[in-house]
Design a protein around this ligand. Structure first.
Ligand SMILES: [Zn+2]
Ligand SMILES: [Zn+2]
Length: 342
């Protein structure tokens, strides 16, 4: 195949609301050169790219600009089309995943102790560097993930952010083997996390206000589903709070058994009300936050997802409809995860 020199892509112009009438949209469809991989990087032909809420934050300016005219998108599934021959143990034609974390320094106190998710010099796909709202993207070979060949690209894309981050939150909850897990909130990340936990033998109780999400939870094998403020049918060894609702922190803590751990998955959380030490924290209950992920989280999650046949609920859009997909995401017009297909 002759490599094209130009490609279709979307890039952020001036960050602003995607749904403002009258104003120029903050994302424009352009023809730009196919990126040239640097030494150690792979060039990837994009098969599918998931649409994450973070892309909306980048496009609307809720996150500061790190690269002018950035191409958003960090849930990229594709095929290696070029590198320096083959980079590392990657070959042309390999299925590859590109995720949010694309660089860490490797030298700071956090990198050297295995906590690269906390690296202050980390860089992210679709924010510091161009992402997957395009026909081609690049990735450092040592930050690329192997993906199965026999699963549709659209089904794999949401695993690369929603899936990996949800799994990081599950790991932080340190659920004992065969333990009792509570999931508070049941959106894109939680429904992937639940499938891994159930596959690994956990008893999962889902607590969320949405009846449709409760039904999906039971279909996926949850032991119970109830409202977010309801008590689970048994005490929990661990809980993950996916809903960005600080009021739920004492609710989840009271649902924990002695020694239970609450892991808070979100980047944002509304204020946490005062806690009552005796009821909420005594008996060695713990609260933990979650920040990004390590590559080990990504590799481990993707292997478990393959083993347990974890599937995302998806809604496909053509790449040319990226702006429409972001508008629909903002307006809550679809269930499941939007995925762009070039
Ligand atoms: Zn994301
Ligand atoms: Zn570092």
């Amino acid at each position: 195949m002759d490599m094209p020199t130009m490609m279709r892509a979307w890039r952020v112009t001036t960050p602003g609301p995607v749904d403002a009438s009258g104003a120029a949209p903050p994302l424009e469809r352009v023809e730009i050169p196919v990126p040239a991989p640097l030494p150690g990087e792979l060039l990837v032909q994009v098969e599918a790219c998931g649409v994450c809420r973070t892309d909306l934050h980048v496009t609307e300016g809720d996150l500061p600009v790190h690269r002018d005219h950035v191409v958003p998108g960090h849930e990229i599934v594709g095929r290696v089309v070029a590198g320096d021959g083959a980079v590392g143990d990657w070959s042309v034609g390999d299925r590859v995943g590109i995720a949010w974390l694309r660089h860490t320094c490797g030298r700071c106190r956090w990198c050297t102790r295995g906590d690269e998710n906390l690296c202050p010099y980390a860089r992210f796909t679709g924010w510091h560097a161009d992402g997957g709202y395009a026909e081609y993207a690049t990735v450092r070979a040592d930050y690329a993930y192997r993906l199965p060949d026999d699963v549709p690209a659209v089904d794999l894309a949401p695993l690369l952010c929603a899936g990996i981050i949800g799994f990081r939150a599950l790991r932080r909850a340190a659920l004992p083997e065969g333990g009792r897990l509570g999931l508070y909130g049941f959106g894109g990340s939680a429904h992937l996390c639940a499938q891994v936990a159930i596959g690994e033998g956990a008893t999962v109780h889902v607590l969320t206000r949405e009846p449709a999400a409760q039904r999906l939870a039971l279909e996926l094998g949850a032991a119970s589903a109830a409202g977010a403020y309801d008590a689970p049918p048994e005490p929990l060894d661990a809980a993950v709070l996916f809903a960005p609702v600080g009021d739920l922190v004492p609710v989840t803590l009271r649902a924990l058994d002695r020694g239970g751990i609450l892991s808070i998955a979100g980047i944002h959380l509304s204020d946490v009300p005062p806690l009552v030490y005796e009821e909420d924290l005594f008996y060695e209950k713990e609260i933990r936050s979650v920040t990004a992920n390590t590559r080990d989280d990504g590799r481990t999650f993707l292997a478990l997802a393959e083993r347990h046949g974890v599937r995302a609920t998806t809604h496909a859009y053509r790449l040319d409809d990226a702006l429409g997909a972001l508008r629909d995401l903002k307006a809550g017009r679809f269930d499941g995860a939007a995925v762009l297909v070039p």
